[in-house]
Design a protein around this ligand. Sequence first.
Ligand SMILES: Cc1ncc(COP(=O)(O)O)c(C=O)c1O
Length: 396
Amino acid sequence: MNTMKEYIDEAEKDLLHTYNRYQVVFDHGEGVRLFDLEGKSYLDFVCGIGVFALGYGNKEYNDALKSQIDKIIHTSNYYYNVPAIEAAKAMKKISGMDRVFFTNSGAEAIEGAIKTARKYAFLKDGKTDHEIIAMNHSFHGRTMGALSVTGTKKYRDPFEPMIGNIRFAEMNDIESVKALINDKTCAILFETVQGEGGVHPAEEAFLKEIRKICDEKDILLMLDEIQCGMGRCGEYFAWQKYGVKPDVLTSAKALTCGVPAGAFMMTEKVGTHSLVAGDHGTTYGGNPLAGAAVVEVIRQFENGNINEHVKEVGSYLWDKLEEVKNAHSDIVDHRGAGLLQGLELDHPVADTINKALDKGLVLINAGTNIIRFLPPLVIEKSDVDEMIDILNTCFE
Ligand SMILES: Cc1ncc(COP(=O)(O)O)c(C=O)c1O
């Protein structure tokens, strides 16, 4: 067997270098812990960037997938399959949305949302110059449409021209949104809690005001809950805390806990006035394996009362990170919701994250100066205590 170092050297020869990877090869996981190829154990506060919510080595999840694999993994969207039908029903129940389209990733869910908004507006006036308002510091993915609505210029610049007619406003600055609205505006898109762009939650007043504007002008409110949804903030979807329901909603990551999948959903009104047969499609999206994963994940959320658990452990994590913040003058801010929280430092955090990894704690950044905490949703308070102990030693 190769050593970890040998595998890393191989990877650097063979994989396209689009990531500056941490120098570790993870081999397997158990609960909230990962193990590298050499058997070293790590407490995981990243869970594959908000994916593996229900813990590694989850027997019921594994069994559900295995049994679906033994039956059938893939058919085609030209035929019906029971797991996808059940998955759509379960998602409607937890989201209050009426129509579901399954994708293979988060970015692809955003592509679908953009197409939905454009088609909805096109059917109203037959014009093709509609605009979408997105937010600065947002992150919606790396495909061309998703990149076009991502509010970090340096990600977009090398790949210009983007898709046209995207305008950027400032999250939680309602005047900056109002200043961009005109007769061409067809949708306003943002993450209910910005993740990768720095862990910035949308304020309740901002959400409510946007909803009001969208209702008045028949503009679609599209919330991206690919990272902050599926229990991460203590509700199935973060907007549910405020009762501000979107017209279009995107999901992925913890939706299937590891099977590559996502979804965009919409209200009946949008569903019946936008995409029709021939407008959109996917080979893999909503295949039986992905459907089985969605059904099993939602079943475990319900049975395990995961959202309540997140509220409780999330508020414990909040208190503990407040203590860390108060003890270190280089920590300038602490933000977030549920089990998506961030500490902003007055300097880059790469060294701290590497130190933590060395000490057996997996953390990740959000931008250059922010440490992001997004552990599996099944962590316990004792795991938070262990993480805080290691984190404190990294600041010393
Ligand atoms: C909020 C948000 N939207 C979209 C995406 C893109 O998802 P994917 O990487 O599955 O394409 C991400 C990924 O991190 C995300 O956090």
